[in-house]
Design a protein around this ligand. Structure first.
Ligand code: ATP
Length: 509
């Protein structure tokens, strides 16, 4: 099937209640999106699965939840006030503002990742690039800081300026000492956080991919400064296959190579910690139904790396508009903790029992993922048009699907069937997201649920009233089994845990 465009996905999401442009009745506001009745369920499921996998199921990671506005010195220490900038072009006539690197990449089909404003300016002049809106030339190029400013308290002057956080990471460094002491963490360990981040992107685009308000799911993973090479968990991922795209492959214009982590480590293409986190994160996606062929891991080029990073890899996804960053993995070293020690004057080092010395741990990899980009990945990989059925089937993983079950009375004009169907719905509601529908033909009702990804449909019929069993239909295969009403709940649990559908009950031919 031809890949759905990002525009088509936006239309589908709006039509079905997944995501809408924010404040559309007032003309909308670029870069802000609202999530509808199904989108909010999918988003909550993504966040819950991420938290369970990374925090609840592990012994070495704990969570925290920092505030969105924090002391402005935090952003001075982190370097954001000084250098969290993109290069901006402004039209001399119509004053249209555009993000220079994306504009040049679109126009000249070259990567300008990591070029500074002077180099970008040269490219604009050399290629005589003009405003895409009115064709006029540009004013002098400018760096534009992406942080949203606000004032805290009733005074609106320099002394009250603060920022909406552009990333969740810094809150973890600022609260580092408290979390470590309270949770009695021992190296290596991680601190995870899910929360909103805000970036005043010059040109938000590609639907949810690049917005001005989004959510991040991040882990800062800390290790002993003398043990940055060895990852105790690397064995778990040795046999995993990843699509490697190293700095050298990019420089030599080679294609990415699929290989086992074990082989990449032998060839010293990647560090143990990066290999572990990249493979673990890709596994999180594919265990939840994403297609492994749509992923690759790309090393940042030297000039592209952030000021703090020793080595950075991205987990990239093959979006309809090209391979793009889904999740970043920087080796931030001890940069952030040391900066906060310097700026706050507080001791953020921890005591190492083994060497009996105080140390400042290193962040070897910082898996940082946007919830909305994950949302798009799961939607793209789930979306299929089923020619035979004549409708879209959204094959979302059962643990992600906004609705787990839909319950239908076979007919709506028989009170005893309707009553029974409502009893079944009420019994399931305590444990699952349940949709009840008695409008239209059964075929139409199945199609409506297929389109929003509902995993199972339950039909209550005449025999259900007499014999206390119902028909359950599987979304992906349309197979049907007959199950006793008293067993439905645990059968659904079994299915969610991976049981084969046919084993849930008596097969219907
Ligand atoms: P990009 O190069 O795409 O601008 P970035 O390198 O600036 O991304 P990071 O600072 O590494 O992104 O942020 C971590 C993650 O947060 C990204 O991998 C992405 O999933 C998400 N993210 C960053 N910026 C945005 C945005 N404007 N809209 C939606 N998600 C974002």
């Amino acid at each position: 099937m031809e890949k759905l465009s990002i525009e088509d996905m936006a239309v589908f999401c709006k039509r079905k209640g997944f995501a809408y442009p924010n404040s559309e009745i007032y003309g909308g506001i670029s870069g802000f999106w609202d999530f509808g009745h199904l989108g909010v369920e999918l988003k909550n499921n993504i966040k819950r699965e991420w938290w369970k996998f990374h925090v609840n199921d592990r012994e070495d990671i704990v969570g925290m939840d920092g505030s969105i506005i924090t002391h402005p010195r935090v952003w001075e220490a982190s370097g954001h006030v000084e250098s969290f900038e993109d290069v901006m072009l402004t039209c001399s006539k119509c004053k249209e503002r555009i993000r220079a690197d994306h504009f040049i990449e679109d126009k000249l089909k070259i990567s300008v990742e990591g070029l500074d404003s002077k180099e970008i300016d040269k490219l604009v002049n050399k290629n005589k690039l003009k405003c895409p809106k009115c064709g006029s030339s540009f004013e002098d190029i400018k760096d534009f800081n992406l942080m949203f400013k606000t004032n805290v308290g009733p005074r609106e002057d320099k002394t009250s300026v603060s920022y909406l956080r552009p990333e969740t990471a810094q809150l973890i460094f600022v609260d580092f000492k408290l979390v470590v002491e309270n949770a009695r963490l021992k190296l290596p360990f991680g601190i995870a956080q899910i929360g909103k981040a805000f970036r005043n992107e010059i040109s938000p685009r590609d639907f949810l991919f690049r917005s001005r308000e989004f959510e991040q799911m991040e882990i800062e993973y800390f290790v002993h400064p003398d043990q940055t090479d060895k990852c105790p968990y690397v064995k778990e991922v040795m046999s995993k296959e990843l699509n490697f795209y190293t700095e050298e492959m990019q420089q030599k214009n080679k294609k990415p190579i699929r290989m086992k982590v074990k082989d990449a480590l032998n060839k010293k293409l990647v560090s143990e910690w990066h290999a572990y986190w990249l493979a673990t994160e890709q596994k999180w996606f594919t265990d939840l139904g994403a297609n492994p062929d749509n992923f690759r891991i790309r090393q940042h080029l030297k000039k592209e790396k952030s000021h703090y990073a020793l080595d950075t890899w991205d987990l990239e996804y093959n979006f309809p508009f090209g391979w793009k960053e889904l999740q970043g993995f920087s080796n931030r070293t001890d940069f952030d903790l040391k900066q906060h020690i310097k700026f706050s004057g507080k001791d953020l080092s921890i005591f190492d029992e083994e060497t009996k010395k105080k140390i400042v741990p290193h962040v070897v990899a910082e898996p940082s993922l946007g919830v909305e980009r994950a949302f798009l990945v799961f939607m793209f990989d789930a979306y299929t048009y089923d020619k035979k059925r004549g409708n879209v089937v959204l094959r979302l993983h059962p643990r992600l699907a906004p609705m787990t079950v839909a319950v239908f009375p076979l007919v709506s004009n028989k009170p005893q069937i309707v009553k029974k169907a409502k009893e079944v719905r009420d019994g399931l509601k305590k444990y699952f997201n349940v949709f009840y529908d008695q409008g239209g033909s059964i075929g139409r009702r199945y199609a409506r649920q297929d389109e929003i990804g509902t995993t199972l449909c339950i039909t209550v019929d005449f025999d259900s009233v007499e014999g206390s069993d119902v028909t359950i239909r599987e979304r992906d295969t349309t197979k049907q089994v007959r199950v006793k009403i008293k067993d439905i709940c645990h059968k659904i649990w079994e299915y969610m845990e991976g049981a084969q559908f046919e084993k849930l009950g008596k097969k219907i031919r």
